[in-house]
Write a protein that binds this ligand. Structure first.
Ligand code: SF4
Length: 349
């Protein structure tokens, strides 16, 4: 039954059609260039990049209201500064990259709704016909924000909900209130109906960890009761997976990024092949303009450029980027962030 759920994300016809409607000739041509560069790089063993990112994650803020145990934002464990993305900087960057960009994720670390200009930025990107998505803990989806969210043109709203009872939910979402999350999701569903809007696609994202794995069926029932569009299960990244100090790695093998070896120790399931689609087609810009390879570089340890000083086009093929692509292709397991990431592994999330 569970495996069936993993395989069966509901096909979202309206969402797929909506995404395809954002595809211009230029964006399609760029995607083709990125795709062919990636496969040519794999065939030749040389890092080739002809296109620009198809997808970018922009960080609205590093601040967060919760204290989740495997999140550096929640644990206040960043060495980089905490702050808010400024609208003028955001707009300048979007102006530069929007013609090639298909997909914009308003999320990296932190809770996006804490940035007061967040939904105005969504509106700006949406007006440029970019597909927009965000992920939230849904503690700020009051009636007013829910209405504004639907009006902003946001295409996808992922709501983190990792339990169907308060005692289970708060074991990972430390400091969170399940009733607020459910109420926030219901507000969005209500305003979609009121405004006769097909967007955003509303998804419950359930991070499967040991304390909540017995509720993987219950979350579907809750989703149906609230009226959200789908449930997506996500596997958890555990930094210290050998010791698993917070006891998060689930017993349900399908939902784990780790498996036990013959000595009974956890090791990543990932074979860590020396290629990475994510590095080729996407990247991340922090609230203060640092460009990093992907969402696994949470503390921006691998800075490839700074958008406050250079253009995106300069950064995307600069020496740092070329070197990082080369290093990954010659020994991914030697790069700290790449040795414990899910890219390329066949598990959900
Ligand atoms: S951490 Fe993973 S996704 Fe990020 S660049 Fe390395 S291999 Fe790719």
């Amino acid at each position: 039954m569970l495996y069936f759920y993993i395989l069966m994300r509901r096909f979202q016809f309206n969402d797929t059609r909506n995404l395809l409607s954002k595809l211009s000739v230029r964006r399609g041509w760029n995607a083709l260039k990125v795709y062919s560069s990636f496969y040519l790089s794999r065939m030749t063993g040389k890092p080739i990049q002809w296109g620009y990112p198809i997808s970018v994650s922009f960080e609205p803020t590093t601040s967060c209201n919760l204290r989740c145990p495997e999140c550096p934002s929640g644990l206040r464990a960043f060495s980089r500064p905490t702050g808010m993305l400024e609208q003028s900087f955001f707009e300048k960057t979007i102006d530069e990259i929007h013609k090639d960009l298909l997909y914009l994720i308003f999320y990296f670390q932190g809770e996006p709704y804490l940035n007061p200009g967040f939904l105005d930025m969504v509106r700006y990107a949406s007006d440029k016909k970019i597909y927009t998505a965000t992920s939230t803990n849904a503690h700020y989806l009051n009636d007013k924000n829910a209405k504004k969210t639907v009006e902003s043109g946001l295409d996808r709203l992922i709501i983190s909900i990792d339990g169907t009872t308060q005692d289970v939910y708060e074991q990972y979402r430390v400091g969170g209130k399940l009733s607020k999350v459910v109420e926030g999701a219901a507000n969005i569903v209500k305003w979609k109906k009121e405004l006769k809007s097909k967007t955003p696609l509303v998804v419950f994202q359930f991070l499967v960890v040991k304390p909540n794995e017995h509720q993987v069926d219950d979350i579907r029932q809750l989703a149906d009761e609230v009226g959200v569009d789908d449930v997506w299960y996500k596997t958890a990244q555990v930094y210290d997976y050998q010791n698993d100090p917070n006891q998060l790695i689930p017993e349900l093998n399908h939902f784990s990024r780790y498996k036990k070896n013959s000595e009974g120790q956890y090791v990543p399931k990932n074979k860590l092949s020396n290629h990475c689609w994510k590095l080729w087609h996407a990247n991340v810009i922090t609230w203060d303009g640092l460009v990093v390879p992907c969402c696994f570089d949470k503390d921006a340890m691998h800075q490839l450029g700074n958008m406050k000083m250079q253009s995106f086009r300069e950064i995307w093929n600069n020496e740092n980027y070329r070197q990082f692509r080369k290093e990954l292709m010659s020994g991914r397991r030697n790069i700290d962030i790449c040795s414990n990431c899910s890219e390329g592994v066949k598990v959900w999330g």
